[in-house]
Design a binder for this molecule. Sequence first.
Ligand code: SPD
Length: 427
Amino acid sequence: MSTALGNHILVEFMNCDPHVMNDVAAIERDMVGAAQKAGATVINSTFHHFSPYGVSGVVVIQESHLAIHTWPEYGYAAVDLFTCGEMNAWISFDHLKECFGAKSYSAIEMKRGSVNLLQRNDFDISSAREKAAEWRNPEFYTRNVWFTDKDEDQALSLRFTGDVFVDVQSPFQRVRILESLKYGKMLALDDMVMTTEKDEFHYHEMISHPSLFALRHAKNVLVIGGGDGGTVREVLRHANIEKVTMVEIDGEVIEACKVHLPQIAASFDDPRLELIVDDGIAFVKNAKQAEYDIIIVDGSDPVGPAEGLFSVEFYTNCYNALKAEGILVAQGESPKFNEKAFSELNQTLQGIFGKNNAPVGLFFVPTYPTGMWSFQYGIKGDCHPKNVQNVDEIRQFVSDQGLRYYNEDIHFATFATPNFVKALLRK
Ligand code: SPD
């Protein structure tokens, strides 16, 4: 007869595969698998990834819990296997050792709740057990797997199903497509949310239509980045556009989105589109002078391959590639999440296009940290989006195209800046 209520194995897994140690979905799957393999009944799982490294999580089982904390940079996982009843937690241990590729390990096993130290209360729990068995469905458990986009001080977390449709390391970045519960499928580059099925229209309508209504005669548009296809989809809604050249550095992003986010990657077959998989920074450097009516920079955040999309040299080259009346629109970061990048980009644009020719448009994206995001403009001629007159035309277009974020009111409202933003823009 057992002399303790529970059994606790404290495990050190060392020299594990660092990629697995940083993969929240894989770890959740392996921990749940470890519980199920040992015959446990899984009640729920909660797992978080921490930027840039590490995963923490717990699988609650009817027989107690399995918990983990990882340090990928050391290839190390601290694992707790706490069980009661007949469950053999060493089966879970073996499973995890294999999944994590642990080359070395150690474990301490201890009894928990020694009956010699406890006093049993005299009450009948068998009826409570029967009741619990009525609602418990061993086939179903709640998964809490979280994707977190964060800096050192704040974060945005989205719960996802734990299912991963794409996870590839391209030459430039880690490309993932995951399924979030609230926003549908989501494209993540490295550990940053790029777009989701349910709120992508906020971003893609707002990066495109304000400048296209400011420059009604625009024919030739260049898009740098935008591998998911949402921006070209919006630009190509305009019948006056004769040609769009899109230059995306990462072919893996395009391929992943074509297969898994087809409603965003919806216009890659439009004959007006020339799709080039290459470095957008080099492309603009070598571009013909005064070639484009509008240049749209749909880049990622200023880390990794997108860092050069925030430089003076790049925007000077964009200025030169624009026609005299041309407009530049760039993903402008957040005045709340990334104040420095936001205000430095505006200083760059003011320096190149002129103090009064670098307006900022604010809009709301629920899946970006803080929700408040911006596009920043460089106006080469006199066609300021703030001064558009063709409001009826916007209204008709919005209704014909069934747009869901942009409209004639938003067109003007986006250029209204709160005082703290004005201060960041330091005119
Ligand atoms: N932190 C997110 C910055 C936005 C980057 N671009 C999104 C791509 C959507 N086409």
